[in-house]
Design a protein around this ligand. Structure first.
Ligand code: Z5A
Length: 210
């Protein structure tokens, strides 16, 4: 079976980072080699772009500038990390990918969806996640969880209605591609979330011969 590309999506504090370790351990227990990475970021240069994107600034950041930087970092990440890992036979688990650009810059900031679709095609062509785990959680709970950390970055300081549009944007995408998306009820306890992940990963493990 060809190695798979799994993306993890969702709002702030939904538990993506918490669950990625679990997913990696689960797959590795079945002898599957995994690469865990994230966006924006994932290469030294793409991590520099992440800093540019998330740091607080006095000047207004234009939504298209934000989107183009996301895709610049993505191109670097896809070419230097994701494609080589898949070619080497590793499964890739990526904390956010292009669906985040549709959710945050498209639904959240109002950037034209067709423009994002066109960038997606230019930047990563036929490479798309085989499965996307969407951690869905109401915005207030997610913010309360995220708020336990000390510093909010530039995007995290947005108003609640922005994050509500992001959440609805993700759910809309999930509806249009039900074969790729698996929705995780992220309001449940960490143990129950892990049970949901077991359920979603089981068919992949069977298909991979494990
Ligand atoms: N962005 C974008 O705009 N466009 C793009 O194309 C891309 C990204 C790719 C950086 O993302 C920002 O970039 C992000 C979107 C934007 N901006 N915002 N805002 P990021 O992924 O690095 O940052 P994040 O989404 O803010 O991550 P996060 O807040 O760390 O969320 P998380 O990883 O989903 O949560 P967590 O760290 O695993 O958990 C948060 C806390 O909750 C922690 O204390 C856990 O112990 C706790 N937790 C986790 N699960 C549970 C459960 N089930 N119950 C109770 N408590 C829990």
């Amino acid at each position: 079976m060809a190695p798979l590309f799994i993306s993890i999506e969702g709002g702030e504090g939904a538990g993506k980072s918490t669950s990625i370790d679990y997913i990696k351990q689960k797959l590795e227990a079945f002898g599957i080699k995994c690469l865990v990475t994230r966006e924006p970021g994932g290469t030294p240069m793409a991590e520099d772009i992440r800093q540019l994107l998330l740091q607080h600034r006095d000047e207004t950041v234009d939504p298209y500038t934000e989107l183009l930087l996301m895709f610049a970092s993505r191109r670097q990440h896809v070419e230097n990390v994701i494609r080589p890992a898949l070619t080497a036979g590793k499964w890739v688990i990526c904390d956010r990918f292009t669906d985040a650009s549709f959710a945050y810059q498209g639904f959240g900031r109002g950037v034209d969806q067709d423009f994002i679709t066109s960038l997606k095609s230019w930047v990563h062509g036929d490479l798309n996640p085989n499965m996307t785990l969407l951690f869905d959680l109401d915005v207030a709970t997610g913010m309360a969880r995220a708020g336990k950390r000390s510093n909010f970055d530039r995007i995290e300081t947005e108003i609640m209605s922005f994050f509500e549009r992001v959440r609805q944007g993700y759910l809309t995408q999930a509806k249009t591609e039900p074969q790729r998306y698996r929705i995780v009820d992220a309001a449940q306890s960490i143990t129950d979330v892990e049970h949901q992940l077991d359920h979603f990963l089981a068919p992949l493990l069977v298909a991979s011969g494990n």
